[in-house]
Each structure stands twice: as C-alpha cells, then as structure tokens.
Design a protein around this ligand. Sequence first.
Ligand code: UDP
Length: 461
Amino acid sequence: MEKVQRVYKAHCLVLPFPLQGHINPLLQFSKLLDHKQVKVTLVTTRFIYNTMYRGSSCTAFESISLETISDGYDEGGRAKAESTQAYLESFSKVGPQTLAELLEKLSGSGCPVDCLVYDSFMPWPLDVAKKFGIVGAVFFTQSCAVDNIYYHVNKGLLKLPLTDSKILLPGMPPLEPLDLPSFVYDVGYNPAFLEVVIGQFSNVDKADWVLCNTFYELEEQVVDWMTDFWPVRTIGPTIPSRYLDKRLEDDKDYGVNLFKSNNDACMKWLNEQRKGSVVYVSFGSAAQLDGEQMEELAWGLRRGKSKFLWVVRELEAAKVPEGFIEETTEKGLVVSWCSQLEVLAHEAVGCFVTHCGWNSTLEAVSLGVPLVAMPQWTDQSTNAKYIRDVWKIGVKAQTDEKGIVRVGEVENCICEIMEGKRGKDIQRNAMKWKELARKAVDEGGSSNKNIDEFIAILVKR
Ligand code: UDP
C-alpha cells in the first residue's frame, strides 16, 4: 500500500536523558506530539539505540524518526564510565558537539527543526538550541514538588546540610528532612547526582518553555507557584492513551525497554488470578535494594495472604533468598521485567508495592492502583510523602533503625490495603485521582490544552 505523505505543523527534536524513567515520558510525549501533527525526531545515545528493545507499540516509530548523538561511551554506555561524574562530564563535552552536528544535518533535510525538547537532567542542550535559533523547551521528568525543592537548594534558599526539623516551602505541606530527596537530606550520599538535580535549575530562566510531567489538578498549588517564575506547562500524565482514553487504540506501552521483558508470562499468570487479588511489586529500573531488605521483603510476601507478582531485575536476582522462587510458585511469580502499564491496568492487580519513582507513581495514580510506598533514594521519599499524606492513595512502610522494612511491616502494609478499612478509603481516593488524570489528558483537559497551546505558539513563530 502506498504510504500517505503527512503534513506537519512543526518539527521537534526530543532528547531524553538515557535512563528508562526518562525515556518513557519523553517518548510518550513524542507520541502525543506526533498524534497532533508535529513531526518528532527522538534522539538517544548510540549505545542506547543499539541495545534497546522496541516494544509492541512501536507503530510509533513508523512516524517518529530516531537519531543518535554520543555521550562518549558508544560502546558499553554509562556502565563503562569510571564514575557518574566521569560519565556526566563526558556527555556534556561530546553531547553538544554531536547534537550540533545532528541539527546541522537536519537543517538541510527539507524539514528543519523548530524546537528542542530536552531533559532537565542535561542543561547543555539549551545552549545548542540558542545557537541554532530554535525554541528550547526543558522537560522535567520529576514532580513539581520535587522541582520546587531542588530550585530552593539551587538558589541557596534551602541551605545544605539541613538544620531545621520542619521545612516550609511555597505550595507544599510542611516537610520533615526525610521527606526531601535523598541527595538533599544526606548531602554526602551522592554528590555527583546532587549536582545533576540542582543543575537542572542552572539555566532554566532562559528556557522558552518549562514542560512538566504532571497534571495541574494533582499539584495545583506548587504549579501555581512555579508559573510565577517560568512559562510552566503541565502536560502529563504521559501515559499511553489506551489506558486513559480512546484516542490511540494501539498505543499499548511506552515503546522502548532497556531490559528484556517477560511480559507474556506475566499476562498469562495474571489472567488466571481473581480480580483485585494480586500485589504487584517493583522497584523500577535503577534502585538497588540492600540484601537484607530483599530477604525481608521476600519473606513478607510469602507470609502475606495475597498472591504477588514481583519484578526483580537480573542484576538484583542474586539477592532473592535461595529456594524462594521454587517454594513460592503457587503463590507468586518473579520476573525480571514486564510491561508495568499493562500489569497495573490488569484487573487482577489490587495493590502496588513501589519504590515511588515518579513514573511509577503517576502510572498508579492514572490507573487508580493503591500503593505501599517503600522509597529507596532520590526523589522517591518526597513522592511517598505525597502518596500517603496529600493524595492519600497509599500507606508508607515504616523502616527500623537500620533503615529496613521488616517482614511484619511488609505483611501489615499489604494487608491494610488489600483488606483493611483504611484500604477502602485509599481505593476510593485512588479512583478519584484516576478520573482527574483522565480528564486532564482528555479533550479540553488541562494537560491537553497546554500541549495544544505549546504547538500553536510553535506554529505561529
Ligand atoms: N517499568 C516497566 N517494567 C518493569 C518495571 C518498570 O516497564 O518491570 C517502567 C515503569 O512503567 C516506569 C519506569 O519503568 O515507567 C520506571 O520509572 P520510575 O520513574 O518509576 O522509576 P526509575 O526506574 O526511574 O527509578
């Protein structure tokens, strides 16, 4: 069949930081732009391009072009770098050069680039955009509450190390130090990452747009506060729309996995389970659990009444207690990666034990799944605070003095969600937020209107 030539309103280059939790929202945003007649070229590093698995929804790549730049580690990627610091330095040196070469190439292609949408973890693409005279739109993949905290640290308005036991920030509930991101409450923990997260605000004042993967209703007060400073537009949740509305029926998952998935096995197993009976457990793409924590979690899952589906990435597998998988086949399934969206959307899933990564949090919000929060590092502690105390869509597992969530606590938290009275209230709240998320991306909803406005202004240039 002859291919129909599409007419585009504008051309955006979209550049995520090469991590799963960053590629997912920026790729999904790309699909939304594409759906609204904007040509998108997704840019990733050469290493990621050569190693990623393209998921079942990759019909997206029939219209979204893929291009690469270099981070200096074309062979082996970030794992080959001596340290996070070394990787970031290399990327900020080689990245701008190779991005400029790509823009040069595309400017002669008959479809020049109008706008660069770049991940806030890398401030340098804005300089490249300015050099080429195109629009620079920074894309924040974390919550606006977390943006607010990092901004205050960047400006020296929140001094580190923290000295106060109560932290008051505009548009946010009072926070205790441990509600702040780990890099902030424990300054020595990971200085290279602290620099990255604080650096997100180094040149944000010069960006033409500040796009945030959240929705207005979810973080109203803090979004209002941010809007006083920058041209902020909330555009989320960037969840494939098959789960939210019916616009893109075949849009099943994000489309790119950095891990090999066992999704068919998950779906087959889930299809055999009763409605709302399964606890889904996942700690995302990067968190590394303490060995002792992994054991406590395993025994907690085994002791609880509910069945479980547990994602343990290959690199974490050795921490699962010996014999656990064989002994619990009746009760649970352990896989190395799945299509989390499909799992969360499955009617068998009644609860999500999560590390509270922002994508996982937004996905649960959007799909109405109650949570047991077990934050590990980075912004997860702040997300956990909102999950329990602001949106009231989950409980937070308590740690002991060693920072470990013990067997009994795992069991109790799951039981509270699956069977307790509080669980019913939490389920009701989860359904309320699900509905608000759907409305935000629907025709006329806050995020949908913001994306339309972003495109309209791009077209007028
Ligand atoms: N994810 C997935 N399959 C899994 C585990 C995670 O597809 O087995 C996806 C999940 O849907 C989310 C992303 O990986 O979009 C993880 O991002 P998040 O911000 O939650 O955590 P991070 O990995 O950045 O810590």
